[in-house]
Design a binder for this molecule. Structure first.
Ligand SMILES: Cc1ncc(COP(=O)(O)O)c(C=O)c1O
Length: 521
């Protein structure tokens, strides 16, 4: 292998060698060349500090990330290095590396192993330290007191078993609480023993449902924009995702999430004998759309007609702004039998770091999820499950009171949503007003002439925009093309996703920073 830098064994590059290049294509990175890097606090390279292995498969310049730093390299030419507080030394280990690379390459079912948007943007946040992070979806303020207090009490409880393994498919008190919460909402008694599974976040519930049901060659219908891991999970199960995009009926004037709709005919055309599952996400991330009864009926009828499962991701179920109502598709006639519904304690109680979720559905369907779960994580964290159970019991006791967190949460979020919608409008964005959840998708087309994106090497405009915008304003957001399949990414390029479950002072600061930025332009 005679890739870049072969002749520059152990050369240490310094800031003087910087030659900016803009093309970035992470898909091209596989394996083969050993790179070592270290920080420059003392001006010397520390080769032991960070290691990665890669091969430049294309003649295009690529960006390579090492910890929180990065550089670009070009195959077959002298290496162009961009230093970001780094000295980098290269060593060509072609023989060993190329022999090793075939055997230990990433299994094909995992694709090219690209970083998810979350990994990339958390790294970006650590690097740029934005003044306000409106990127990832989590509150920057405390969860309800009774929730965190419960966990504290459990950790030091007299009962030693609360800190030991619990039942694999769900801690007994938690499955009882979940049954109490959902049975009245679904209109049937949910059996806590075999119709509920507690998982590591909604993520694992989705994983167990997809891996437990999708076989090689099965098709799964995914509605775009979609929570990005669906695609990966389907493919790693050997399934084939079939995408259909929600499109806005209008793009100017006041746009709400209800304006984003599916084309009925197109949806119908995706269903066939090969279809195993459709993934529904309502309330929807990132649009905040709450599917109407009519839309759910369309999906339900197609599921019944073609004998298809519905995996319904409802993690934002308690954040719906009146008068809009969340309808659980499992409650539609004939749908309980073919629906697996997913929820999240992280979203329900504003404790995303607790990473506990669940799935519920008929025992015959849940069995498949149990098999995946028992051979993957087996059992979830006992004290956290106990605390979630106690939190549910606390809320169930005040279910009819306006203080119940299931109602209070949406009330708390509404003024934040309105504030951010207005702020975005005042600053040249056109936001889609969400009916639920805590994200706003905002069109930045009108700002395009105020921001020079040429320095950003990403492929998609929204990645360029969100990065440059974060650097210039200090406000970090998320690029929505991460929620689209390769062929449909252009549909998300003119948007940025803002999260508004943040302290009022931080939302105000975001407004102030955007205003100052606009004034300078
Ligand atoms: C639509 C959707 N589904 C699932 C999840 C994962 O939830 P959890 O943190 O409980 O794994 C998220 C988290 O942001 C989400 O937005």
């Amino acid at each position: 292998m005679t890739d870049c830098c072969a002749k520059q064994d152990f050369d240490t590059f310094t800031r003087n060698t910087i030659k900016p290049t803009t093309s970035i294509n992470r898909h091209e990175i596989t394996r083969g060349l050993f790179i070592e890097a270290g920080t420059t606090s003392d001006g010397n390279c520390n080769p032991a500090c960070t290691e990665t292995e890669l091969q430049l498969a294309s003649s295009e310049p690529i960006k390579i990330e090492l910890g929180q730093s990065w550089f670009t390299a070009v195959r077959g030419q002298s290496c162009v290095v961009e230093l970001n507080n780094l000295n980098i030394a290269f060593r060509n280990l072609s023989c060993t590396a190329s022999q090793m690379s075939d055997k230990f390459k990433l299994p094909a079912r995992y694709g090219a192993g690209e970083k998810s948007v979350w990994v990339e943007y958390i790294q970006l946040a650590a690097e740029y330290k934005p003044a306000v992070n409106l990127g990832q979806g989590f509150p920057d303020y405390h969860a309800p007191k009774h929730v965190t207090k419960a966990l504290g009490e459990i950790a030091i409880s007299e009962n030693p078993l609360l800190n030991q393994y619990t039942r694999g498919f769900g801690h007994p008190p938690l499955i009882q609480s979940l049954s109490k919460v959902y049975s009245p909402l679904i209109g049937k008694e949910i059996n806590p023993q075999n119709e509920i599974l507690v998982t590591y976040g909604a993520y694992e519930a989705l994983y167990s449902a997809i891996l437990g049901h999708v076989e090689e060659g099965d098709e799964v219908i995914v509605i775009e924009p979609f929570f990005d891991c669906y695609d990966f999970m389907i493919k790693s199960a050997g399934g084939i995702p079939r995408f259909i995009a929600l499109n806005p009926k209008k793009t100017t004037g006041t746009v709400t999430s209800a304006d984003w709709v599916l084309d009925e005919k197109e949806l119908e055309s995706l269903f066939s004998s090969k279809t195993k599952m459709i993934i529904l996400n309502t309330p929807h991330n990132p649009l905040g759309k709450v599917f109407t009864r009519q839309e759910l009926e369309l999906i339900a009828n197609l599921c019944k007609k073609h004998n298809v499962l519905c995996l319904s991701d409802e993690v934002y179920e308690w954040m719906v702004f009146e008068p809009v109502q969340h309808i659980r598709i499992a409650t539609l006639p004939g749908m309980w039998e073919r629906t697996i519904t997913v929820g999240s304690a992280g979203k329900t109680f504003s404790v995303t770091g607790w990473k506990t979720g669940w799935a519920y559905g008929p025992a015959a369907l849940m069995f498949n999820l149990q098999v995946v779960h028992q051979n993957c994580v087996y059992t979830c964290c006992t004290p956290i499950q106990e605390a979630i159970s106690r939190s549910f019991e606390y809320e169930l006791a005040r279910r009819d009171s306006p203080d119940c967190y299931f109602k209070a949460l949406a009330r708390e979020l509404l003024p934040k949503r309105d504030f951010l919608v207005n702020t975005l409008r005042e600053n040249g964005f056109n936001p889609t007003i969400p009916e639920a959840g805590y994200f706003i998708i905002a069109d930045w087309t009108k700002l395009a002439n105020k921001i020079d994106l040429s320095s950003e090497g990403d492929k998609y405009k929204d990645y360029k925009f969100t990065k440059k915008f974060a650097k210039e304003t200090g406000v970090l957001t998320i690029p929505p093309t991460a929620f689209y399949s390769e062929g449909h990414k252009h549909l998300g390029e003119n948007f940025a996703r803002f999260c508004f479950i943040k302290k009022d002072e931080n939302l105000s600061l975001a407004g102030k920073l955007m205003k100052e930025w606009n004034a300078k332009k």
